[in-house]
Design a protein around this ligand. Sequence first.
Ligand code: PLP
Length: 405
Amino acid sequence: MIYNGIDFDTYLKSYPNEDGYFGKYGGMYVDDRLKKAMNEITQAYFTICKSRKFIDELRRIRKEFQGRPTPISHLERLSNSLGNVQLYVKREDLNHTGAHKLNHCMGEALLAKYMGKKKLIAETGAGQHGVAIATAAAYFGLECDVYMGSVDIKKQAPNVARMKILGANVVEVTHGLATLKEAVDAAFEAYAKDYENSIYCIGSVVGPHPFPMMVRDFQSVVGIEAREQFMEMTGELPDAVVACVGGGSNSAGFFSGFLNYPVDIYGIEPLGKGTKLGDHAASLQYGTEGVMHGFNSIMLKDENGDPAPVYSVASGLDYPSSGPEHAFLSELGRVKYDVIGDDDAIDAFFTLSRLEGIIPAIESSHAVAYGIKLAKEMGKGSVLINLSGRGDKDMDYIIEKYGIR
Ligand SMILES: *Cc1c(COP(=O)(O)O)cnc(C)c1O
């Protein structure tokens, strides 16, 4: 399928280019030490992803450890309550550890094992990525250092406990605001010092090349499964697909299965409390081009041009940029990016729980809310939503802040 001059038959092979660019977005904006490390990972990835042994082992792990393929569920009661449009969800909440993140963490850890590395290094904000990477490290018998701001350590006690039970070393970062940004800087610094022995495992389709490509490729299993399962269930393609966008990993993998098909694609960013800078994390909607964390993309900046403070009720979505591929797909118009605020996401959280018996992650609830909105607007057809994770982690906070609806 040709769209806006881009041939989507060959898109996944052509983008990013050799230097890690999707159009003008992406690249490898790091110092020479890290450049050497990134080039080593890139080479290893290109060799390994063609190896039968690596592919077979990843397949086996997905099936026997993660529980893939995850199913698609038809949301009959919710669809009937809205009209004629049929809504479906791809159940990444049923992936081991309860979210899509393990898809790329197992891939990254398997790569580490093939490269002979002994240790995984990662940063985490809310702790979801930390738990996924600690799980992968335990599975492969690798050491694991997870950098986390002291503010987040206090807020996310259950995830800190999970990481420790899984055998990971949670490294407290106390400088600056002591949240995700400082944790990223500290993790990169530790990795630059020890890259011969370790590998950096990024939490989304962000960071320097090759991570946006590699994480997308590891997540593409979600999109491929979803398209095949949907065709088998209904005999057709969905009219529209929807996913939430933080850094953009669950959406990048899910969308990759549909880019070359006549399907409308929607990426949903968090509008938080409103359109004022600081109240949301809708970077593609309100941001401008810039470089952060080693890559060029669209980002929200403060008056000094540094990453701006961002907010969303969903801590997995509050990142001041999105992966370079999303900036590119937005510019092309192949994916339409839109927003959902806290209140609509909370409504969708309760609606899906009550009508379907599925408690969604508050991140995924943004995609569900948009699916509901689309269903009302479309009048007929079908919408497939990527349910990136389960909501157990969010229940206490939501009940405390919003009560039971
Ligand atoms: C981390 C997370 C997200 C956001 O990350 P992406 O890289 O944008 O996918 C979304 N949903 C869940 C359940 C998460 O844990």
